[in-house]
Design a protein around this ligand. Structure first.
Ligand code: ZN
Length: 835
């Protein structure tokens, strides 16, 4: 017995000694960092092993999972005293940001929070390896320096923001490489196949999704981010393997919402990083290429939320492998890449520790200024629509950003009308919502709503216009006067009331919600009709597109199912007891269309844009929850199209369409009753063939004198020479024929994001549903040479052919899934056109 007790005591000592032993990455993984790519689950396991060894210094938290069910997690790292007050540090951040008002915020006594985000692009994989090394350096008892820094910082490590993309790359690479890596850049291990590991499961770029959060990974992560609101955020990336390292300060343009302190701190970080790189003789560059403007990146989103947001870029993404020979003959190894990211991560923590008091006070000032309405040109924004459903998307976005909104009691005022571009008196369309600029999130509000985003320089990396009324296609006013807004709690929409009818139900169809209801009803085998004419019934007006569910010929439980579906999407139906309307077409009329539930297929794979194909796939799978078949574009010649009603060609270059036989096959498919929806590049490919659509030829205007000197360009201007011909993403007003089913649910205008200058000739033999007329430019950067050309042409059109039709969508209505206003248009193309 004594022996047994002794043995127990011995075990207890042994276990506690083991618990103190922090494993290095090499000890845990069994290989030195940089010698192999670590699969995601092992990155997670390593973080957990460190937390198990030092629970007083590291706490891990699972904050969600990916579409492919991989774990999303963070590790909180601090000295034991700080880890004990983790919750107090978090709450204090919310107090400084004006989101919690239980007591005054402490701006001196607590550490600054530094958040390090790794591997948002899956095929930029050195960063998750560096995350493990950074975590070890912070916890390793032999490293005294990091313990000094942790006196004043709490570090949050997210080792992998995009586990599905990372594993797609890592699994592919590991299956390509032999016993020894091959550093020859031509070797197959440096040539990733479609769609590559950059994006998430649905091919979305998660580093364009911070503000919109259309993807699950972003929703989980940004929710956690907003529970913390760190003072410093670094997003670790990789770029082409020939490029040296890039770190802050960022490039122009800076959005004017970014404060002098945020700019200054970036310089401090840059100088400190440089001192380490100089010591090692490593190359780097700063303030070039990566700007701070579009609000949905891992640097700008934190910036507009009071943090110092930064992007760090190592060379080596996608093609770097374990080693690759660069243009200068030098070999870049994964080990080098890990070392560089590790160095800048620790350097950031060092600078933040030295500046922690200033970080906290400036962070608080950022939100105090927002609350005081500082820098707000417009003091109130007001949106208005016919039905609550049309405002539902905007409300959701405001809630995501912690932006308060409410209603006006006095609706007599003048403001700048987004849709007319003029100062006008407010016209209430039926429902409205109002947002005051005087609130802690005033800066983010300004970024999202200001009519014209202010650029401090014109060369930017991304789209230049995203003002919310255009994105959501909702009428709105920017008001210079401070109106009294009565802030209401988020869930005040009128409650759903089930309705019973022995004859039929009417459902409004003027927003994405209507399309979701339609898709769900069709999936549930409910028979749905729609009106091609406006009608009035019992004194109420109903627009074209109104959905009609009738008892006649329907499934027995049609009433219950329809109510259930409408309740799920909070869309109120109305009961009718007769098919005899007051004005318009009776429900038995031929002007009432019947919607056959279409069998939909999408071309994907090589020859299509992975982002474009992913947007369509994700839209059916995640947004509409409607079945879709994915086909490989390369197999087009051999695919049997018999069991398909709608074939979607997302953006792509479609080599397959060089073949006349393939074109004939698709034309036969259409003539026999099929429908093709061609998007962006696919439209341009059809325009090169014999399909009845043609892009506008570049007309040389009469009077344009040939200028021999026009070709004289200054070498030093070469980086800006492309600007006159650039259109990174600007908003144009499209005039819609709202009597055509493609435009049902819209008014006479639609706001499109043009990302390329192509416009098409008006269809001679088809429906010109969405066209650009003379003065259609609204907002965003368009090069001086392009601006005069983008007019007098077709953007959205329908061509009837035999028993079927072809829908041309030259601009992308599903762009990054945040262009909310386009989703109904796309749904119309799928469900209503040609019915
Ligand atoms: Zn990247």
């Amino acid at each position: 017995m004594r022996k047994y007790i002794f043995w127990l005591a011995f075990m207890a000592v042994a276990v506690s000694a083991a618990a103190q032993q922090v494993p290095s990455p090499e000890q845990f993984l069994g290989y030195p960092l940089g010698s192999r790519f670590t699969p995601h689950y092992q990155v997670v396991n390593y973080c957990k092993a460190v937390a198990a060894a030092r629970p007083d210094m590291v706490k891990t938290e699972k904050y969600g999972e990916t579409y492919e069910h991989r774990e999303l997690m963070v590790a909180y790292v601090g000295l034991p005293a700080q880890l004990q007050q983790l919750e107090e540090i978090r709450l204090n951040n919310l107090r400084m940001a004006g989101r919690l008002k239980d007591k005054a915020a402490d701006t001196t006594g607590l550490p600054a929070v530094v958040w390090l985000s790794y591997n948002v692009h899956g095929n930029e994989p050195s960063s998750s390896e560096a995350a493990m090394q950074t975590l070890y350096a912070l916890v390793n008892p032999d490293n005294k320096q990091t313990k000094q820094w942790l006196e004043h910082t709490l570090v949050v490590i997210d080792p992998c923001l995009n586990p599905d993309g990372r594993d797609r790359y890592v699994n592919w690479f590991n299956s390509m490489v032999g016993k020894r890596y091959n550093a020859n850049p031509e070797a197959r291990e440096h040539d990733e196949p479609w769609p590559g590991g950059r994006s998430n499961h649905y091919n979305f770029d998660l580093n364009r999704d911070w503000a919109w959060q259309t993807q699950q990974e972003s929703q989980y992560r940004v929710t956690l981010y907003n529970r913390w609101l760190p003072q410093v955020h670094v997003d670790f990336h990789e770029q082409g393997y020939n490029d040296p390292y890039y770190f802050a300060p960022a490039a122009e343009p800076f959005h004017e919402a970014i404060t002098p302190w945020q700019r200054d701190f970036q310089v401090l970080i840059g100088r400190n990083n440089a001192s380490y790189f100089d010591r090692e003789g490593w190359l780097y560059f700063t303030h070039e290429r990566f700007d701070l403007f579009y609000p949905s990146y891992g640097d700008t989103y934190p910036m507009y939320n009071g943090s110092i947001g930064m992007t760090f870029e190592q060379g080596g993404h996608s093609r770097g492998g374990l080693a690759v020979v660069k243009r200068d003959g030098d070999t870049l190894t994964l080990t080098d890449r890990v070392a560089h990211h590790y160095t800048t991560g620790l350097s950031t923590i060092e600078v933040s520790a030295g500046q922690h008091k200033k970080l906290l006070s400036e962070f608080k000032r950022f939100f105090d200024n927002g609350n005081a309405g500082k820098n707000a040109v417009y003091k109130t924004y007001v949106l208005t629509a016919n039905t609550p459903g049309q405002l539902a998307g905007v409300k959701k976005l405001l809630q995501l950003h912690g932006i308060q909104y409410g209603v006006l009691n006095n609706k007599t005022f003048r403001g700048w009308n987004y849709f007319t571009g003029k100062d006008e008196s407010f016209k209430d369309e039926g429902v409205h919502l109002a947002i005051s600029a005087y609130q802690p999130q005033g800066n983010m509000l300004k970024v999202l709503f200001e009519p014209v985003s202010a650029l401090s320089d014109s060369v930017t990396y991304d789209i230049t216009a995203w003002s919310i009324p255009y994105v959501y296609n909702v009428k709105g006013y920017a008001v210079k006067e401070r109106l009294a807004v009565e802030n209401t709690p988020p869930a005040t929409d009128t409650a759903f009331k089930p309705v019973n009818s022995a004859y039929g139900l009417l459902i409004p169809y003027n927003s994405l919600t209507g399309a979701k209801v339609l898709a769900s009803l069709l999936s549930n085998k409910v028979k749905v009709r729609f009106s091609r004419l406006p009608f009035s019934f019992k004194g109420r007006e109903y627009a074209r597109g109104t959905l009609i569910v009738l008892k006649g010929g329907n499934i027995p439980e049609w009433n219950t199912v329809t109510n259930n579906v409408c309740r799920r999407f909070n869309l109120q139906p109305e009961a009718v007891e007769t098919g005899f309307v007051d004005k318009g077409a009776d429900f038995g009329s031929s002007d009432i269309g019947f919607i056959h539930a279409p069998k939909v297929a999408v071309l994907t794979g090589e020859q299509t844009s992975s982002l474009g194909a992913g947007e369509v796939w994700g839209f059916f799978d995640q947004v509409l929850d409607y079945p879709v078949t994915l086909l490989n574009a390369a197999d087009l010649a051999d695919i049997n199209l018999k069991h398909i009603d709608v074939l979607i060609l997302p953006d792509g270059y479609y080599r397959a369409l060089n073949d006349k036989e393939v074109n004939n096959k698709l034309k036969t498919f259409v003539r026999e009753g099929g429908k093709i929806i061609a998007m962006e590049g696919a439209v341009s490919k059809l325009a090169d063939g014999e399909w009845g659509i043609k892009s506008k030829e570049e007309e040389e205007k009469e009077g344009d004198k040939k200028d021999d000197y026009a070709n004289l360009r200054k070498f030093s201007n070469r980086e800006r020479d492309w600007m006159p011909n650039a259109i990174p993403g600007a908003i144009f007003k499209v005039e819609m024929d709202d009597t055509h089913p493609l435009a049902y649910g819209y008014g006479s205008d639609y706001y499109t994001l043009k990302q390329d200058p192509t416009v098409y000739n008006f269809l001679k033999d088809g429906w010109n549903v969405g066209v650009l007329k003379k003065e259609s430019y609204v907002s965003g950067f368009v090069g001086s040479k392009l601006k005069p050309k983008i007019k007098d042409g077709l953007v959205f059109g329908v061509q009837d052919m035999g028993r079927g039709s072809v829908v041309y969508l030259a601009d992308d209505p599903l762009f990054r899934h945040f262009w909310e206003g386009g989703k109904l248009l796309f749904s119309n193309a799928v469900f209503l056109v040609g019915q």
